[in-house]
Design a protein around this ligand. Sequence first.
Ligand code: XBP
Ligand code: MG
Length: 236
Amino acid sequence: QLAAVVWDVDGTLAETERDGHRVAFNRAFEALGVPWRWDVARYGELLTVTGGRERLLRDMGTHADAPALLAEREALAQRLHERKNQFYAELVQDGAIALRPGVVALMSACADRGVRMALATTTSRTNVAALLRVHLGVRWAAWFDVVVCGEDVRHKKPDPEVYLQVLAGLRLGPLQTLAIEDSPVGAAAARAAEVPVVVTRSVYFEQATFDDAIAIGPGLHRRADWRPVLRGGHGD
Ligand code: XBP
Ligand code: MG
């Protein structure tokens, strides 16, 4: 008996990365007079680094004009990240990011059947709130029994910590739950916590291989196109 569905946020609930976070990062660079910009391809490379500040710090290692001292880099990453989150909230409020097809239908089906829900995300709480307030209303948090965000863990995905915290909060064992993810890093985090995971492909991971998933599909609305992932298989 499935007791709870555990949702990833970015890429799973909504296509937030390419037209949301990425655009907001570029606006933050511009606002703070920093000459760097992330095009769609470069941002895709950087998505292997989870967490906005961590992503900024990784990218700074490639720029000769980045601050030399680590403390200065961290301070700049902090300022850029705060600005980015403000721009992201504006984009979301302006309606730039929709929930993915099938998401609300599955949430409603869970609620109808008494299947509990949780969020397991690497993103900051402020970004989750901005997105879900627009789409689920001011009482968005009432949909979820447990919400674990980037700032709640010491180690972000692919570390299992976020999933372990969700399981502890739900007081459930991993096999009573099912995770929905879109990225290899997210699927690895779920798998490391022994939570079965299905993958709904998002724009940045259309070609990615998912050995950690039990099933994979092109979106929650296209149920006929879902396939099991065979052990040792190659993602489709
Ligand atoms: C995706 C991430 C996040 C976002 C940006 O998280 O890696 O870092 O890109 O969010 P998930 P922050 O798919 O687990 O929701 O800037 O708030 O870190
Ligand atoms: Mg994701």
